[in-house]
Design a protein around this ligand. Structure first.
Ligand code: SF4
Length: 405
């Protein structure tokens, strides 16, 4: 029997890809297209979801997101089996790559409960896609965008900025092409060079140059200009949407909504009540200190271990991080500062209670003084153009409140 409302947002991680892209350090491994492990993994994950729902931990669930990796590699049958395990929600997104997307897959996912697809396009230019090590070309991306738009699912496209060989004109063409195909939501991520990737090694060896901060900023500004002209508003550092098309699931990561992540490397955020209920299903999870206000968990189990768990959460291992009320308040401010809604009056009032009014007001005044935040007509403090570009300074100042600075 449920004793309270459960998690409001559910994330399911599918850690398989045909091969690794040159820039990628996400939790995914190259499995090719036909590894039987994928089906076993999806069945185990679906069984976990059903068990969570049976315990009331998904009562009141509002959004779900199947991400990766490449969820579309599961195929129509595997993906719809996984999606079908999720209780009915208003927004359920799955990620797909152009090379494993098809109208049949979209129909199967939609019939199982999906409402939205996020297509990993990255670019529509063949030379940029080759440089990124993507398995698809521009034509495959255009075809998938058209098929996704025709499928009745809401369509989001992921694009990359500051890609080797990219020009302002080619970035604009990719943005315009995705929007013309029917995307009502676009995410634009700057290329980040991560250690251990093909690009990371190339930069270390000196055979590739890391994009400079200025190049990155110019590319992100160019994307914002094009999207603004096409009627898209930026609502998060990397996310743009037409009116009414924001991704509610992603917003939950930035507005303090408790979320549950299942699968390899998936992250969860819970208050102590929800964490206690999770521990009933996974008694190996540690007890937390009395001073803990929020718990963050990350699943450390490999894909093979998740598959072998057959839906039993107690057979997985988790990293657990405890946050005090002050840390949780600072984190909420920091995450809210990623969004155009910014730091609202209610959020600021809660932070003042948790870490002291003087410290909160001093941090906000500093960021306003530096031109990084500005007050909105509704009394919130939201990022300025400069604030979007200098997010790390904003986040650092607000996270400093966790220590009572
Ligand atoms: S498809 Fe996505 S998750 Fe997979 S390797 Fe490429 S960037 Fe990484």
């Amino acid at each position: 029997m449920a004793d309270a409302t459960g998690f409001r947002a559910l994330y399911l991680h599918v850690p398989f890809c045909v091969r690794k892209c040159a820039y990628c350090d996400f939790a995914s491994s190259a499995t090719g297209r036909r590894d039987p492990l994928m089906a076993v993994y999806a069945r185990s994950l679906a069984a976990m979801v059903r068990r969570m729902a049976g315990e009331g931990l998904l009562d009141g669930l509002s959004t779900a997101y199947v991400g990766g990796g490449t969820p579309s590699l599961l195929g129509g049958e595997g993906l719809s089996f996984l999606i079908g395990a999720v209780p009915s929600v208003g927004e359920l997104t799955f990620e797909a790559n152009p090379d494993s997307f098809s109208p049949d897959l979209a129909a199967a996912a939609r019939d199982a409960g999906a409402t939205r697809v996020s297509l990993g396009v990255q670019s529509l230019a063949d030379d940029e896609l080759r440089a990124l090590g993507r398995v698809h070309d521009g034509e495959a991306a255009r075809r998938a965008l058209g098929e996704a738009a025709a499928s009745g699912l809401r369509l989001s496209a992921d694009l990359m900025a500051a890609v080797p060989g990219q020009t302002p004109a080619s970035l604009a063409a990719s943005v315009e092409g995705a929007v013309a195909a029917g995307a009502s939501h676009v995410s634009v991520y700057p290329l980040i060079i991560e250690e251990g990737t093909v690009f990371g090694r190339a930069v270390e060896e000196g055979s590739m140059e890391e994009p400079s901060d200025d190049e990155e900023a110019a590319a992100m500004e160019a994307a914002e200009r094009v999207l603004g002209r096409l009627g898209f508003a930026r609502y998060e550092v990397a996310s743009y949407a037409r009116p009414g098309e924001r991704c509610r699931h992603n917003l939950s990561y930035w507005n303090g909504t408790p979320y549950l992540g299942l699968g390899t490397a998936a992250a969860s955020m819970a208050d102590c009540g929800l964490y206690g209920r999770l521990r009933r299903l996974a008694p190996g999870l540690p007890a937390v200190a009395a001073s803990t206000a929020r718990v963050r968990l990350t699943c450390d189990s490999t894909a093979r271990e998740v598959a072998a768990a057959e839906g039993d959460l107690s057979r997985l291992s988790f990293g657990v991080e405890e946050l005090t009320a002050g840390e949780a308040a600072a984190e909420d401010l920091m995450l809210a500062a990623r969004t155009s809604d910014g730091l609202g009056p209610g959020l600021l009032a809660r932070a003042r209670d948790a870490v002291g009014a003087a410290a909160v007001d001093r941090a906000v005044d500093t960021l306003v003084g530096e031109g990084l935040l500005a007050e909105t007509p509704s009394g919130a403090f939201a990022p300025t153009e400069r604030g979007w570009l200098m997010g790390n300074v904003v986040f650092g100042e607000l996270w400093g409140l966790a220590d009572g600075d």
